[in-house]
Design a protein around this ligand. Structure first.
Ligand SMILES: [Zn+2]
Length: 493
């Protein structure tokens, strides 16, 4: 009787512990910031001077100086072409965190978020002073926005020596690599954030979901071992993923952790700083990555809070490994089962198309290309067309030259397309001039050959019986019956 009674009490205590104690404690221990707060704070403090991803080194100098009273600003050195690389330091706490962005010049999304974050950290007198105080008293944060200014100004990946800085952690040939290594060694941060962009064609492996954000706690050896330093990064990433899953469910991929002995992330992890890689990918309808900028802001701020209060310790390494892997299976457009003519026979093929960006001043144009064809079931199209029964038809070039692209209205362009013309000639525009027409515009040549084979420019028509149903122009799909509003980023050939 007595024995039963004791065990009943035990069970009751255990029940209380699991039902209330455990759950409540672990939610509190995470120290996550409410989603609504993260979103509100971003909208309130985002830096209005940056509105697109092709800003330059000169554009951010006044924005750095703007924070000279709240942050300690230090010029760390200069790029190959002599442009300043600065750090901004904030906070009086024990835990040191280092964040660096744009080591690859054309990967600017996180740089925008850092300036948003500076505005937030510097502000006061709103509802978030307590939050700032937690960060300030627990952390000392050093930011290096735009580590590769020469690459940023040319909007290219590599630096002015044409070296990939992320393969220069050990050789230290580039001044930018020397700067990052020296600051890491002098500052000895507990956490490091390595901020990049990845191609928009990354998906969550074997799903059509674009990997809008990919994450990685880089490996520090070929064995992909997990020590305490790497485990800490993994746990912090789980906290970031929790935020992201609420905003972009299923849109987060985990980058491959194969060891690259020359890379910064891998080595900084090895040198004892828990290193977190954030890769900003693509998001449909967000070509300038302003939504992804917001996601970066939200997960970085949340992670800083969890680092300040050690909330990341509430997560496990297993939860990190549960994040699905990245794939590279996205295409801009997939045409399914187009009939193409070869040797007098028609064959049904899937055509996979990408429209890659090329730089032009402070904007870009695209180069459409047939990436692959045949059975394309392992790929996913950001746009797909079931073209079963539609036949390939070559486009024609319109005989009479127009004065300029400005003379061609969108109605005129559509009329030309419906008559089977995919290309027009102009007299006054120059090759390389930009335009937004759904036509191939020629100055330096009289003919343009599109095609369906790999490597061809996908400019042709899809025909049903004798009617042209769709036009493909430089990889853009145009429904000739029901054309939708779309942006054509084109140039004169
Ligand atoms: Zn990168």
């Amino acid at each position: 009787m007595k024995i039963i009674k004791t065990s009943t009490i035990c069970m009751f205590v255990l029940f209380l512990f699991f039902a209330f104690g455990c759950k409540t404690a672990s939610e509190n221990e995470k120290h996550a910031i409410e989603l609504e707060t993260l979103e509100t704070v971003f909208e309130q403090y985002k830096e209005p001077a940056i509105t697109h991803r092709r800003f330059k080194h000169a554009d951010i100098q006044p924005l750095i100086q703007k924070h000279s009273s709240a942050f300690e600003i230090e010029e760390l050195g200069e790029s190959v072409e002599g442009k300043s690389i600065s750090s901004l330091t904030w906070g009086e706490g024990q835990t040191k965190v280092l964040l660096w962005s744009q080591m690859h010049g054309n990967e600017s999304t996180a740089t925008m978020s850092l300036f948003d974050l500076f505005n937030f950290l510097e502000a006061s007198g709103d509802a978030y002073d307590e939050l700032r105080q937690v960060l300030k008293s627990n952390l000392q944060i050093k930011f290096i926005p735009m580590l590769n200014p020469d690459g940023a100004d040319a909007f290219k990946r590599r630096n002015a020596l044409d070296i990939d800085l992320n393969r220069d952690a050990i050789s230290q040939i580039s001044p930018e690599a020397v700067i990052l290594k020296s600051i890491r060694d002098a500052f000895e941060p507990e956490f490091g954030f390595n901020l990049h962009d990845q191609q928009i064609y990354y998906n969550v492996d074997k799903t059509p979901k674009q990997a809008t954000i990919s994450v990685l706690a880089p490996g520090y050896n070929y064995e992909r071992d997990v020590n305490e330093v790497r485990a800490r990064a993994m746990k912090a990433i789980v906290g970031m993923n929790e935020v992201l899953q609420q905003v972009i469910p299923g849109g987060v991929g985990k980058y491959d952790d194969g060891f690259e002995p020359r890379a910064f992330g891998d080595n900084i992890q090895k040198w004892g700083t828990s290193t977190i890689l954030i890769e900003s990918g693509g998001y449909l309808g967000d070509p300038e990555k302003q939504f992804i900028r917001k996601l970066n802001f939200m997960i970085i701020l949340n992670a800083l809070h969890q680092i300040a209060l050690k909330g990341y310790e509430a997560y496990s390494v297993d939860q990190y490994f549960e994040i699905p892997d990245n794939g590279f299976q996205l295409m801009d457009l997939i045409l399914q089962e187009v009939q193409v003519p070869v040797e007098g026979e028609w064959y049904p093929i899937d055509i996979a198309i990408r429209r890659r960006e090329s730089n032009a001043d402070s904007t870009y144009y695209v180069n459409g290309s047939v990436e692959d064809l045949g059975d394309m079931q392992v790929y996913f199209g950001l746009e797909e067309l079931e073209a079963n029964g539609l036949r390939y038809e070559e486009g024609k070039t319109y005989d009479q030259a127009f004065e300029s692209v400005n003379e061609i209205t969108s109605e005129k362009a559509l009329e030309l397309l419906r008559s089977g013309y995919s290309a027009v000639k102009v007299q006054n525009d120059d090759p390389g001039d930009l335009h937004n027409l759904p036509l191939i515009v020629l100055k330096s040549r009289d003919e343009f050959t599109g095609g369906w084979q790999t490597g061809s420019n996908p400019s042709f028509f899809l025909k049903q019986d004798d009617v042209l149903k769709y036009a493909l122009i430089n990889g853009y799909l145009i429904d000739l019956q029901n054309p939708k509003d779309q942006l054509f980023k084109q140039r004169v050939y």
